[in-house]
Design a protein around this ligand. Structure first.
Ligand code: 26V
Length: 810
């Protein structure tokens, strides 16, 4: 950890300004300062990075690799400064110089290499692994374009490419020496060897070079630096088919180059309606093949034990099914390159790989057409086919009771490879991400697999890094907490429970209220700058920020807003506690309904925000381009956290945890981790409403719900829906008939109308509670106090001891 003083730190920054930017403190721009500070931090990190790596080699340590198509790390400048112990002096220095730290740090473009929860979870896990000194590394793709940038034009979402690498990215180091080849296409040849075993070779494959870029993952003030290795796809140096003189060859060459570089070109947006796109399959194999070859190479270089002990030294966690080709790829390498028999290779593979499931939405489950895998990855297909054969035979002979279910279990069925089934069969652990989610996997979605392998299934409730999501983003609250209970909560987040002693302490509650007020003022400024709307700083800040999806039910939220609007229009003197409804969400570019909802929110906003009868009783704010950095600004100011998914659909949710930790109260369904929040804080400190997951699942199974009945019998619902149909929000040309018809003709598949009444009631209770500020603040403190459980440190300890069997390197 750094021992710098402000003066010595300033000197280093000046040196970097001079050497790297040809500037002095006097003429340096904010951007120059950003790069100079990042360079100082890099110097600080590097010796520890080398030492962490060397110690793992010296100690022959068992390690884990977290494979993920997404790492939504956001900005690193502040967290790296903080974790090296230099954030405070850096902020002070900048302020002394009359600079705003925010203006300097915002020159780091968010690394938006993820869609949402799954990618951000991977980033929180990296932070916790390093901060707890676990030997764990990330492996992902260095997409040249991250998740699209969102602009809103006349209420419509427009997507722009996110070229995050336009300026130099100071944290990465290109490691050309460690580049590896990944092969696509071609043909497989079989040869019988003298001992009658088969040998496989490939011919005519296209070779793509995987070049790693390493990003340091800095532990919190503990001298540990792990790695996030991001792979970039490039053409081999002397591309064989290229003959400089032939003109058409030149164009062919350029074409080929483009197609290779596409592999790490952009991140696919998740529209949860799974589409088997060939380029996405290429990306997945590219990640998997480069990563596994790399792990095997490293093992052979540094481990003294034979490769047959691979699974004793290596665990590979796959983040959803996206990297599940790790199963056949490890088999391929062990058999075709390292000479293991099928049984030996299978033993190693099955004991190396562990799989996390993040969704039960059947429409999101990955399946690839067999023809696509066969032509793109012929050898991998042969291996999957063999895995499937052996697996199905095993059931037939050893589990006659499951014979009937073979079509639902088979890895290959109806000309498709089912990736979740491949991942379950080829791994030693299958985990869900919250208690309810794991139960649904065991009892419903994967029940036959559960009866086959009961001991593989386990739960690991998600978590978030409290170092970023509390300590870094909410310095005011952090210092109030530290003043009350001391700084131990930073390394032991469960200590936050000590705040319960202050839940009735009036001076403490005063401070909590002051903090929230100041954070709300900060956010109000951001809102004003970005939207021009002035919000009432005394209103309830009611926040729903997450990917836009029908199951997350932003529609229910905006229906509530419309209902309130109608109530006030009906009775302009209605005494309500003012509210600011804050939304931020990206919709997948091809997801029509999601985009309609964004448009609706905007049109409601433009009616409500400028209606004289409404005044500042209600404001509707949509902040565009939701990303990690925007979340960091909104969350500290949130008072109500909207977690209103259709029960059974949200595997866990992690935004719920972030807002709870910052003192917001949850209004939510009994879904995902909301249930575990409720179990901790008790019913009095959370607003739970709506159908339970059993009720939802029963409706799906047995029917019995009729949305049209509700439309007919509930005047409030009918009014809202009719307003959509008749263009009350919008104009002649812009109406929301499609939403109207979608709900009524498809029988409201996400139960928006069914949960409308209990949701309104919950909000009425929220309003009554908010009027008693003291009581509200007590509830808020209770939420903060119990949020320690949702630190990803707890989650990572559980993964480490129960799945990975790795030790902290104390
Ligand atoms: C699917 C696809 C399909 C095709 C193209 C790209 C793509 C990208 C991502 C996905 C799956 C997304 C699944 C996901 O994000 N699940 C969320 O995981 C969170 C962390 O466990 C959890 O808190 C959320 O409840 C869950 O929705």
């Amino acid at each position: 950890m750094s021992t710098h003083t402000k003066e010595s730190f300033q000197k280093l920054v000046e040196e970097k300004l001079q050497r790297n930017r040809r500037k002095t403190m006097d003429n340096a721009s904010d951007q120059d300062l950003y790069y100079a500070i990042a360079a100082v931090v890099t110097d600080e990190i590097t010796p520890n990075w080398l030492a962490t790596d060397q110690a793992l080699k010296d100690n022959q340590t068992r390690q884990v690799y977290y494979l993920s198509m997404e790492f939504l790390i956001g900005r690193l400048i502040e967290s790296n400064l903080q974790n090296c112990g230099m954030l405070t002096i850096c902020n002070e220095l900048l302020e002394d110089l009359g600079r705003s730290p925010d203006d300097v740090y915002k020159h780091e473009h968010d690394a938006g290499l993820g869609n949402g929860g799954l990618g951000r979870l991977a980033a929180c896990f990296l932070d916790s692994m390093a901060s707890l000194k676990y030997p764990g590394h990330g492996s992902g793709i260095r997409y040249r374009y991250g998740l699209f940038e969102q602009r809103i034009i006349h209420g419509n979402q427009v997507e722009l490419p996110d070229y995050w690498l336009k300026e130099e990215y100071p944290w990465e180091i290109r490691k050309s020496d460690d580049a590896l080849n990944v092969q696509f296409g071609g043909h497989v040849h079989m040869h019988k060897k003298q001992d009658d075993t088969l040998e496989f070779s490939y011919e005519g494959a296209d070779v793509v070079v995987a070049v790693p870029y390493d990003v340091p993952v800095v532990g919190y003030q503990n001298n540990t630096v792990n790695s996030l290795r991001l792979w970039s796809a490039e053409l081999p140096p002397q591309h064989e088919s290229y003959e400089p003189n032939a003109e058409n060859k030149y164009y062919h060459h350029l074409d080929h180059m483009r197609s290779v570089e596409q592999i790490s070109g952009f991140l696919y947006p998740d529209d949860s309606n799974y589409e088997g796109k060939e380029l996405r399959l290429k990306q997945q194999y590219f990640l998997v093949s480069a990563t596994i070859q790399n792990i095997v190479r490293k093992y052979k270089r540094y481990m003294e034990t034979p490769l047959s002990d691979f699974h004793k030294k290596v665990a590979i966690q796959i983040n959803d099914t996206h990297p599940s080709l790790a199963v056949p790829e490890l088999m391929r390498i062990l058999m075709d390159q390292e000479g293991f028999s099928w049984d030996e290779a299978w033993e190693i593979t099955r004991n190396t790989i562990a799989y996390t499931n993040h969704t039960t939405l059947s429409e999101a489950l990955e399946k690839w057409p067999t023809d696509m895998i066969k032509s793109l990855l012929p050898r991998i297909y042969m291996i999957i086919d063999e895995i499937n054969e052996r697996f199905c035979k095993g059931i037939w002979f050893d589990h006659p009771e499951l014979r009937e279910t073979i079509p639902e279990l088979a890895v290959i069925a109806e000309d498709q490879v089912h990736m979740a089934r491949l991942a379950i069969v080829g791994s030693f652990s299958v985990n869900g991400v919250a208690k309810l989610h794991t139960e649904i996997l065991k009892k419903q979605e994967m029940k036959n697999f559960y009866s086959l392998y009961p001991s593989k299934f386990n739960n690991k409730t998600n978590g978030i890094t409290h170092r970023r999501w509390l300590l870094q983003v909410n310095p005011r609250l952090s210092s109030v907490i530290t003043d009350a209970i001391g700084p131990q909560w930073i390394s032991q987040p469960n200590k936050l429970i000590g705040l319960m002693r202050y839940s009735n302490d009036l001076p403490f509650l005063d401070k909590i209220e002051e903090v929230k007020r100041a954070n709300k003022q900060d956010l109000a400024k951001v809102i004003k700058d970005r939207t021009g709307v002035i919000v009432n700083e005394d209103s309830i800040f009611d926040v729903q920020i997450k990917r836009l999806h029908e199951y997350k039910r932003q529609l229910l939220n905006i229906f509530h807003v419309i209902y309130l609007y109608n109530e006030i229009k009906e009775n302009p003197s209605l005494d309500i506690v003012p509210r600011t409804f804050i939304f931020a969400a990206k919709a997948a570019p091809g997801y029509y309904m999601a985009k309609e909802v964004i448009k609706l929110i905007h049109h409601v906003a433009s009616v409500v925000n400028y209606d004289k009868d409404i005044g500042d009783k209600i404001k509707v704010i949509f902040l565009e381009n939701y990303n990690v950095s925007l979340a960091e600004k909104i969350i500290p100011a949130a008072e109500i956290s909207e977690q209103i998914s259709t029960a059974s659909k949200e595997a866990s949710g992690t935004g719920n945890m972030k807002m709870m930790m910052n003192g917001a109260l949850t209004v939510g369904t009994l879904d995902g981790a909301n249930i575990e929040i409720k179990d901790l804080v008790g019913n009095d400190n959370i607003f739970i409403f709506g159908l339970t997951s059993d009720e939802v699942l029963d409706y799906y199974k047995y029917g019995g719900y009729n949305a049209n009945d509700l439309y007919r019998t509930d005047d409030r619902i009918r009014l809202v829906l009719d307003q959509l149909k008749h263009g009350r929000f919008g104009s002649q040309e812009i109406e929301f008939k499609d939403i109207y018809y979608h709900i009524l003709t498809n029988n409201d598949p996400y139960f928006v109308l069914k949960d409308f009444d209990p949701y309104i009631e919950s909000h009425e209770l929220i309003e009554r509670s908010y009027r008693y500020q003291r009581q509200w603040s007590r509830m808020s403190v209770t939420n903060i106090a119990y949020s320690g459980k949702f630190s990803s440190d707890r989650t990572i300890h559980e993964y480490a001891s129960e799945i990975w069997k790795i030790q902290s390197q104390q």
